[in-house]
Design a protein around this ligand. Structure first.
Ligand SMILES: [Zn+2]
Length: 464
């Protein structure tokens, strides 16, 4: 209901509503719908950190290098978030996080699939079930979505959507976004201000990247996109792209929180720990490389040991900037789609920089951290990917959905909060009825290049 519509509700109806709800604070949600007591609606922030692992977090926490994650853990709780077995492609896993359902039910089965014989990146219209942001909207709430995979074209939500393509499509290069293309952001008027906030990989300076580690001239050169080598795949490129994307998402989140009201549910996708973990784990844990530390180039052990830890520190810094700008009564979740561990590879050799790839691989043990009014401090976490969506909905005081395979984390949620915000029985939202989007020619090219550089997709455009 629009705020102005309050005057059309007869005063007696308001009185009756007030009487029926009595002193139950859950009624504040109802009053909120009528345009008052808006502060009573619970707010949730979900920070999606791709590939985050407690292996790294637990090393850095005592060193004071992750102050904002430490703060959340101190006032909230933490535990392992068990991923799928095996924990395969991130889009599949995030699909489960956002819908609470198996991949067969949500329909995102990899990075790419074939459409009319052509490898095509999954889009938001391929998702067969409503995501948590759709569920919140269906319950009359507002949602903000910044950067998760497979969110393009932007869905029409009460709130805003910044799709994964905004940070992965060049504006100054060969593709200029035009009005007739499916929406990169919603509402459309956000496109112009956000374009100027995005950091393109080409704009990343060597100095900025030195926050992660030391890269020599040849390595820096390898980080520059080579248009003559489409489909080039190596970790140096992937790291720079991941850095640019995460910086863009962080800047966009800060911009939106400073210029728009905070939505009831805000989802922000941070990916640098995954990119660093996949390609620089050999320098982080050389002792786990087949053949031991001596199998890793000594210069890299020296200059790149910081890449993985610093990727987490930079991510923590963004988390801090975002937390600074959300209402302090916000319940915050930090979740990863999978953890990370050594693949045993030595990560390549300097004579062939394209061999810098794949020294880290997915682990099933991911990260779950939560804090805020809906959370029981030190509550026991026993969660899988499937439990995230039900727990987020409960933390919003909203009903779950019959599509959920998992359950709300009863020991993580505050009993007092649940008493004040009883979520009610799950609802059947059915499957989505969305027209598949036709992809304009060439639109996927740069995004596909990124997936190839990261090693997720082969030169043929098919999932590896
Ligand atoms: Zn991932």
């Amino acid at each position: 209901m629009k705020p102005g519509s309050r005057s059309t509700v007869p005063a007696v109806a308001l009185l009756l509503l007030g009487a029926a709800c009595g002193a139950d604070p859950a009624a504040e949600g109802d009053r909120d719908a009528l345009g008052s007591a808006s502060r009573a609606r619970p707010k949730v922030l979900v920070l999606c950190v791709d590939g985050a692992s407690f292996t790294v977090i637990d090393e850095l926490l005592p060193q004071g290098r992750l102050p904002h994650l430490a703060g959340l853990i101190d006032r909230g709780t933490r535990g392992t978030l068990m991923s799928a077995d095996p924990p395969k492609a991130s889009p599949v896993l995030w699909g489960t996080v956002f819908t609470g359902a198996d991949k067969e039910a949500h329909g995102i089965l990899g990075f790419t699939h074939r459409v009319d014989g052509n490898p095509t990146i999954y889009t938001s219209t391929d998702r067969k079930l409503p995501a948590i942001w759709n569920l919140v909207a269906a319950e009359g709430g507002t949602a903000g979505v910044i950067g998760p995979l497979n969110t393009w074209p932007a869905e029409d939500l009460p709130g805003y959507v910044v799709t994964d393509r905004l940070t992965r499509t060049p504006f100054g290069g060969e593709i200029i976004w035009t009005d007739d293309l499916p929406a990169m952001v919603h509402p459309p008027e956000l496109l112009e201000p956000l374009q100027s906030v995005v950091l393109q990989p080409e704009q990343v300076t060597r100095e900025e990247l030195s926050a992660l580690g030391e890269f020599d001239d040849a390595e820096w050169k390898a980080m520059q996109r080579n248009p003559d080598k489409p489909g080039e795949r190596h970790g140096l490129l992937a790291l720079k792209m991941g850095y640019a994307t995460q910086e863009s998402v962080g800047r966009i989140a800060v911009h939106l929180l400073e210029t728009r009201p905070q939505p009831d549910l805000l989802v922000v996708f941070l990916e640098l720990p995954d990119r660093a973990g996949h390609h620089f784990w050999h320098a982080y844990q050389p002792e786990l490389v087949r053949g031991g530390p001596s199998a890793v180039h000594p210069g890299w052990r020296d200059r790149w040991a910081s890449v993985v830890p610093q990727a987490y520190a930079l991510t923590d810094a963004w988390i801090g900037r975002i937390l600074e700008r959300v209402d302090e009564e916000t319940t915050v979740f930090v979740v990863s789609d999978h953890g990370m561990r050594s693949s045993g590879s030595n990560g390549g050799w300097p004579s062939d920089l394209e061999s810098v790839v794949g020294s880290g691989t997915h682990a099933r043990e991911g990260v779950f951290i939560a804090a805020g009014p809906a959370i029981r401090p030190s509550g026991l976490v026993d969660a899988t990917l499937w439990d995230v969506a039900p727990t987020v909905m409960a933390a919003l005081g909203l009903p779950g959905a019959t599509q959920f395979t998992g359950r709300p984390q009863q020991h993580v949620l505050s009993a007092d909060f649940l008493r004040r915000h009883p979520p009610g029985p799950p609802r059947d939202h059915g499957v989505r009825d969305v027209e598949p989007v036709a992809l304009p020619d060439g639109l996927d090219d740069r995004y596909m290049e990124q997936l190839q550089a990261m090693g997720y997709v082969g030169v043929d455009g098919v999932d590896r």
